[in-house]
Design a protein around this ligand. Structure first.
Ligand SMILES: NC(=O)c1ccc[n+]([C@@H]2O[C@H](COP(=O)([O-])OP(=O)(O)OC[C@H]3O[C@@H](n4cnc5c(N)ncnc54)[C@H](OP(=O)(O)O)[C@@H]3O)[C@@H](O)[C@H]2O)c1
Length: 205
């Protein structure tokens, strides 16, 4: 896979897990930023992984920007990416997705970033599994987008990270992929599976 210029906006639990996985398992160029330049969560990753902090210009020059912020912060995150023309991977999930009548986080980002190509991915997978994919089978990463080329790029990256990319269809399907994220939370907490609960899509033949 050609070397990609990847930035991550949102350096908390999930953004940190994705940054760590990309930094340790691939050779792509990686930069990160938290809620503001110099935020403590980004500094920790910069020190630990030896990556750089993303400037506004770095975001605009990226091949891929992962948006891994709370759903309530999507508008602020999108403002940083104004006029960005590359691939945005929407990882954010609202705790009330599917119940509040709102579009998916990915669809909201698509509306805010008309020049970018939106891909929804990694929404139904716990950060713990991103950090430690385990040896009991590959976890599926559902990849949804209206643009097949962008879907291929993100699927290739998911594969490189040790997961099984699954064609999740158009961006409109992101609503269901995000709801699977909430389902994974409920299975982990209410059903006692813990934060290693994973989905694996396969053809039962
Ligand atoms: N945790 C998981 O396993 C998991 C799995 C799938 C999807 N997700 C989704 O991923 C998103 C992040 O979850 P998380 O668990 O990583 O949350 P978290 O630990 O609370 O981290 C949130 C991050 O977003 C940053 N942030 C907040 N407002 C921002 C803004 N306006 N602009 C840029 N960055 C901003 C915070 O920056 P500071 O550190 O500087 O405050 C922090 O780095 C959520 O939408 C969640 O649903 C999480």
């Amino acid at each position: 896979m050609k070397a990609l210029n990847i930035s991550i906006l949102g350096t908390g639990d999930m953004g940190g897990a994705i940054a760590t996985a990309i930094s340790r398992r691939t050779r792509h160029l990686l930069r990160v930023r938290g809620s503001q330049p110099g935020s403590a969560s980004a500094r920790r990753l910069i020190d630990e992984l030896g990556v750089a902090e993303a400037t506004d210009q770095d975001f605009l020059a990226s091949d891929i920007v992962f948006v891994v912020v709370p759903a309530a912060a999507i508008e602020q995150a999108a403002a940083i990416l104004n006029n960005y023309r590359g691939i945005v991977v929407a990882v954010s999930v609202s705790g009330s997705v599917g119940q509040d009548g709102l579009p998916s986080a990915a669809a909201r980002m698509a509306a805010l970033l008309p020049d970018a190509t939106l891909v929804s991915a990694f929404t139904s997978i716990w950060s713990n599994v991103i950090r430690e994919p385990g040896r009991s089978g590959k976890t599926s990463v559902f990849v949804c987008s209206d643009e097949d080329n962008a879907k291929d790029v993100v699927s290739g990256l998911a594969n490189e990270l040790g997961f099984e990319p699954v064609n999740g269809g158009k961006l409109a399907m992101a609503l269901y992929a995000e709801m699977m994220g909430i389902f994974a939370v409920r299975l982990a907490i209410d059903s006692g599976y813990g934060r290693k609960i994973s989905f694996h899509a396969f053809r039962a033949e």
